[in-house]
Ligand binder design. Sequence first.
Ligand code: F6P
Length: 527
Amino acid sequence: MVSWKNLDTLDAYKELLKKEDSVKLSEVLSGESGAKRVADYCVPMAAGLCYNYAAKKVNDAVLEKLAALAKEAQLTEKFRELYNGAVINTGEKRLVLHQLTRGQLGDDVIADGVNKRDFFTGEQKKIAEFAKKVHSGEITNEKGEKFTTVVQIGIGGSDLGPRAIYLALENWAAAHNTLKMQARFISNVDPDDAVGVLRGVDVAHALFIVVSKSGTTLETLTNESFVKDALEKAGLDVSKHMLAVTSETSPMAKNSGYLAAFFMDDYIGGRYSTSSAVGGAVLSLAFGPDIFARFLDGMAAEDKLAKEEDPLKNPAMLDALIGVYERNILGYPLTALLPYSQALSRFPAHLQQADMESNGKSVNRFGEPMNYKTGPVLFGEPGTNGQHSFYQLLHQGTDVIPLQFIGFKESQNEKDVEVKGSTSQTKLNANLAAQIVAFACGKEDENPNKWFDGERPSSVIVGEQLAPESCGALLSHYENKIMFQGFLWNVNSFDQEGVQLGKVLANRVLAHDTDGALKSFSELLGV
Ligand code: F6P
């Protein structure tokens, strides 16, 4: 029987709060034992990735206590409840089924009279058939010409994940001759976004996918109109260029003006929807359905690891436990996500939503306030660019900010250049190795301005190459990490009431139903 308890009621947490185990990174990473630690503190992930936590402030004693915490918090049992179809999203009274879009982890899940795995794979099949027809030229524009570009119109979860993954695999697909269509994305209600994207798109040869689970999002519906207007002005038949991805119950599902419509459902949170039709349509059109299937395989393989009870065999659970240790025991308020891979340039932005919209909560899953901190602020940029930007604060600022690095041994393209005895890829990874040690071990100096305290913890996920499977495994890792952290904090990670108030007030401004500060700020902004 699963029981949902606040973190601070758990004995294992109270043990950790005694702070009996302090780890000095400059000591544990030095000499032979340091080298052994780097080799040992590493958990294999799917698709050849591994999660290395040698530069985290944990030792075997801390890890034992974290394992006890995982057990007492029933992380494995809670995950089992989730994938077997329990109503884990209590706030919205919904099942949480995103893992089911890429594999079957447990029992058949029957909801609303249908087998949900069959529903998700059925939509994937429909998308695959449609994409193949577009690629083969069976579905064309009115002149019988092939579509060359796909433009996704959506925001939040209907934009960030698919966009991040498209960018993650665009160069890989080009190198493997499987970049079938270029993809572009319009999200912001700022008209300059749509104008900017449309300027670079030949609309006569473009398919537009309107993606909105609810079918009511102001930004997306506005941008849909914007694009329809552009199509009409170009003398094109709108219905031949527009697709929809939505839930079957949304107003968009009732609109017959789309060339095709693909569905997800209310059991897939927007920020977890990349593996559903939300990511499936654009990624299958851009790369081909086989590549999207390989991405899903990577996710499914990583999901399986999340079932492991032992955190040392379950990288997402271990990452979650160490994150909670850093947030609640060591008191660090932020986390930086730093991929040493240009292809992952939008991955931090996606995980910002996934993590902060999930675990940025002040009440537990029963609506009661808690006496401990929940989700940290997450931010990030690819290395080495970040090094020439905010790393100064990371190295010498007054806050210790735990770091999550990601790196790959190979680049996605064979093209590289050797300058001063090393390739660009080697330089990239040399920088990553250097940063891990610089942050952990620091440097003493007579000049205080040049002094580095060190003791700034980091983990690194390492892979051979960012390819469809490893990309899927990476995304699943973070989705599951966030889920386990939500379980530990006893929050509902699957609703997002905190975004509602602003929407309500914006609608009042648009209806000119304002007074006081709302009226003054509206006037200040020329509304
Ligand atoms: O405003 C928050 C939010 O509801 C996100 O959770 C979601 O990803 C986004 O808006 C877009 O929602 P939809 O897919 O329904 O348009």
